[in-house]
Structures are given as structure tokens and as C-alpha cells.
Design a protein around this ligand. Structure first.
Ligand SMILES: [Zn+2]
Length: 92
């Protein structure tokens, strides 16, 4: 049985239509930041247990980038918004 994701543009769609990019990371360090800071930014992730904010691409539908919350224990998704909304609000 397929689980469904509520796309803000297309409505409820099967999860197979989406491509997961990964967690919503911290903002990029300054260009002149120390090499260790860049290493942490590029390679290290928290791998949280529970709610995690992630980028998903609706590659089989509207082709928009979305940001949603996914529970890493149950894989339930919630709070789906278009990624451009967060950028306009300065939260991404
Ligand atoms: Zn969509």
C-alpha cells in the first residue's frame, strides 16, 4: 500500500511521485570560513529521531520543490509547503 503526501499544488499524491533531496540544512557558511566549518556543513548531518524538515521534489507531478516534516520513525509527513514560500519569508 502506498502512502500519500499532500502537495500544496496537486493535492494528495502517492509518495512514489516524489524525490527526496535531504534535510533542510543550516545556512551556508561565509565563503572565507574555515575548512572545518565547510566540512561540517557539507558532510555532517544530525540524523534525528522523530520530526525532520526535508526538501522533496514533486518530480512526478508539478515539479515544484517542497519543504515538509517527516517523522523518521513512522515516515508520516506533514506541514508541506512550497520551498519558495520559505525563501520569500527568509526561513530557507
Ligand atoms: Zn505537486
Amino acid at each position: 500500500m502506498s502512502s500519500l503526501v499532500k502537495c500544496p499544488h496537486c493535492g494528495l499524491r502517492p509518495r512514489e511521485e516524489f524525490t527526496i533531496r535531504g534535510e533542510v540544512a543550516a545556512p551556508r557558511p561565509d565563503a572565507g570560513a574555515d575548512e572545518a566549518v565547510w566540512f561540517d556543513h557539507v558532510y555532517l548531518r544530525d540524523n534525528p529521531r522523530g520530526e525532520n524538515r526535508e526538501y522533496w521534489h514533486h518530480s512526478g507531478g508539478c515539479r515544484r520543490w517542497l519543504v515538509l516534516s517527516r517523522n523518521t520513525l513512522t515516515h508520516e509527513t506533514s506541514d508541506v509547503v512550497d520551498a519558495s514560500t520559505l525563501k520569500a519569508e527568509g526561513r530557507a
